[in-house]
Design a protein around this ligand. Structure first.
Ligand code: LMR
Length: 394
């Protein structure tokens, strides 16, 4: 029977990992998949994570099942991290541990589908390349609103607001909490206020994907959108991830938080979420969540983790400035200020797929075909080669 299947195209982002590994050139640069890299190009395990893992090894007494929502203490800690002072408010928020941010997105879409009250999930154009297939695979229609103007390399804010004003009541609007993937361009606090006014007036349900908390302006600042919308609307969904800020990529750690109008409804939502999880993967993996829980609950580990996140954030900022500065010198007639205007790991270079191909074949510079680059792949050693390569293909 399997011969009846057709081959699927490879995922555009994950394909870059393979292409890059196969290249033998020593000056190659990997700007593909979104993992943090340090100045040496490595993706190390955080020191706070290593310490928590040692502690866990000593103290853990069982690996028995925990249940479909994962570890309640992890859930409480994550709710606090993501919602800040808003967490715990009247038990309206229910949080469950999920396999990464992707697991959280998928469970959220399943819950939305079961309500039967949303005709679509609206995602910005562009958005993370996997948002549409991942959310769509739950069986819900995905529509889009404008977000980024490729010509001017700026946020299309007026068009975005205009489009949101036409979204039917009860539909879901997906927003990036911070470090927009793939553009790096985030809503300002004022823009969050305006977006949330439209969302509240129209009865839209916001769905925030926050996968890079701490990489834009800081851990306690990057959740501004979550906190602001929490006060503005009765219901919302928040998918969060520990892949990047705890560098726990392959351990698959994330959380889904659903805000309901009251505590009773929140309990019902939780039962629905548990049921979806039970019929899909039964329960989330524990190890990474146990590590995060230890870090967030222990003052010394937490403070070490916060400074590790801060140094990742500052390195990304400094590489944005280095690349922006190098481009200004090499190509004064082109505007590459969006590198410096952006936050977090991603920006588009703003070149065509053919130019992306030339960057790969002629200069050993690897990026997604859309020209999205992972800023963390830039180092003080390779930034000049990168800037000269981009300038050469313009
Ligand atoms: C990315 O956008 O590169 C990351 O979120 C990793 C992934 O799974 O695509």
């Amino acid at each position: 029977m399997f011969e009846k299947l057709g081959a699927m195209p490879q995922d555009a982002i994950l394909k870059v990992i393979e292409d890059y590994s196969a290249d033998k050139r020593s000056n190659k640069i990997d700007l593909g998949v979104g993992v943090y890299r340090d100045e040496t190009g490595a993706t190390p395990i955080l020191s706070s994570v290593k310490k928590a893992e040692r502690k866990l090894l000593e103290s853990q007494t069982t690996k028995s099942y925990l249940g479909s929502s994962g570890d309640p203490d992890f859930n409480q800690q994550m709710q606090h991290l993501v919602f800040g002072s808003k967490s715990g408010s009247g038990d309206r928020i229910t949080t469950l541990q999920t396999p990464g941010g992707s697991g959280s997105l998928r469970i959220a879409a399943g819950i939305v589908l079961r309500t039967g009250s949303a005709s679509a999930i609206w995602t910005g154009s562009p958005t993370w390349a996997n948002h549409v297939p991942l959310l769509g695979s739950a069986g819900i229609e995905i529509k889009s609103y404008p977000y980024y103007d490729a010509e001017s390399k700026t946020l299309q804010f007026d068009d975005m607001l205009g489009a949101l004003q036409a979204v039917p009541a009860g539909d879901i609007v997906l927003l990036h909490g911070c470090c927009h993937n793939p553009t790096g361009l985030d809503l300002s606090e004022q823009q969050w206020r305006e977006v949330s006014d439209v969302i509240a007036q129209r009865g839209i349900v916001p769905f925030i994907d926050i996968a890079y908390q701490g990489f834009a302006s800081g851990i306690q600042i990057d959740n501004f959108g979550v906190r602001h919308l929490f006060d503005a609307v009765p219901e919302m969904l928040v998918a969060s991830s520990c892949s990047k800020n705890f560098a726990l990529y392959r351990d698959r750690v994330g959380a889904l938080s659903v805000v309901s109008k009251d505590a009773k409804t929140a309990q019902i939502v939780r039962s629905q979420a548990n049921n979806i999880v039970r019929t899909m993967y039964s329960m989330p993996p524990d190890h990474g969540g146990a590590v995060v829980k230890l870090i967030l609950a222990d003052a010394a580990l937490r403070s070490e983790w916060e400074s590790e996140v801060e140094s990742m954030r500052l390195r990304l900022r400094s590489m944005r400035e280095r690349l922006g500065g190098a481009m200004r010198e090499l190509t004064p007639d082109h505007d590459f200020s969006h590198f410096e205007r952006g936050n977090g790991m991603f920006s588009f270079v703003g070149v065509t797929p053919e130019q992306v191909e030339r960057l790969k074949t002629e200069f050993a510079v690897y990026m997604v075909a859309s020209s999205r680059i992972n800023i963390a792949g830039i180092t003080n050693n390779n930034v000049d080669h990168l800037a000269q390569s981009i300038a050469a293909v313009l």
